[in-house]
Design a protein around this ligand. Sequence first.
Ligand SMILES: [Zn+2]
Length: 339
Amino acid sequence: MRNAFGLMLASVVAAVVIAGVWFWTSSPRADVAAPQTVAARKAEPLPPAAAAKPAPKDDVQVTASLTKPAPAPVAQKPACANPDALGVARTVVIDTTGGPGFGFEHFKQLDFLQDKEVVLTFDDGPWPNNTPAVLKALAEECTKGLFLAVGKHATYHPEILKQVAAAGHTVGTHTWSHVNLNNKKMTEQQVKDEMEKGFSAVKMALGQPPAPFFRFPQLQHNPAAVTYLGTRNVAMFSTDLDSFDFRSSNSEQIINTVMTKVDKLGKGIILMHDFQKLTGEALPTLLKRLKAGGYKVVHMKAKTPFDTLPEYDAMMVKDNKLPTVSSRPVGAVVQTVSE
Ligand SMILES: [Zn+2]
């Protein structure tokens, strides 16, 4: 009897346990499923910014901006209001791996321009009035150029350099302070600093890294620096024809110099300076003369942006002592509470 009762009790206990286990395992299934969903969401390959802000534009602004978000992407091909514009005949993308050189004055390996093709390049900017004058002339002819900016100038006038990039032109660099890098008094470290600071300064001004395109000041190629830029995957620009705008006494002289040389060569990378006032004055006529002469503009772009070194980016921020948002006087900010 005791055994039978015990058996019955054991059966009841077993039934309760089985029911309990069934209930425990089956009913909270929704709860078990919930963390799996979260886990699955976490595993989705969305960048954090895209996950936080669903607007697709937002993740563009996250990329490598040093101090400010990158400007919103500009429309690739705005309609050209000028039916007789010089325009852009073709756009080329440059793979800068290993540091290719362009411009036959120094680099004779890459002959990529066809007959009657020219590349418009502008050095030493950005600069008030003069760079905007160049931008205006290029915009009126719906054409594009390559601007090789001086790092210091970029920190003085970042808003002008942003206009250059926003207009769809390519921005490269031209050292930090425009020193002759072939000067034997410069140490290897000083030469490296000039080049890297130039890139980081332009990146800071633009809010995004520039193209890995570089031109040596005064076309003075330091052999060790050429090798270094090769390791940094920077394309180097010499020239095919120098406008000598910086030593011209009037805009006519610049136009005549360029047209005479380009007619002789038949094509080429043209070296000019948006830093120079006369260049902006010469450009509207020069571009019309190029069009009338059957020349076509090739727009050079980089396959990938320049990869700046973090220590130089940090140096730029420190050196430029970025202003804070607050403009309250020190007495309102710092109060002595005990002496
Ligand atoms: Zn220069």
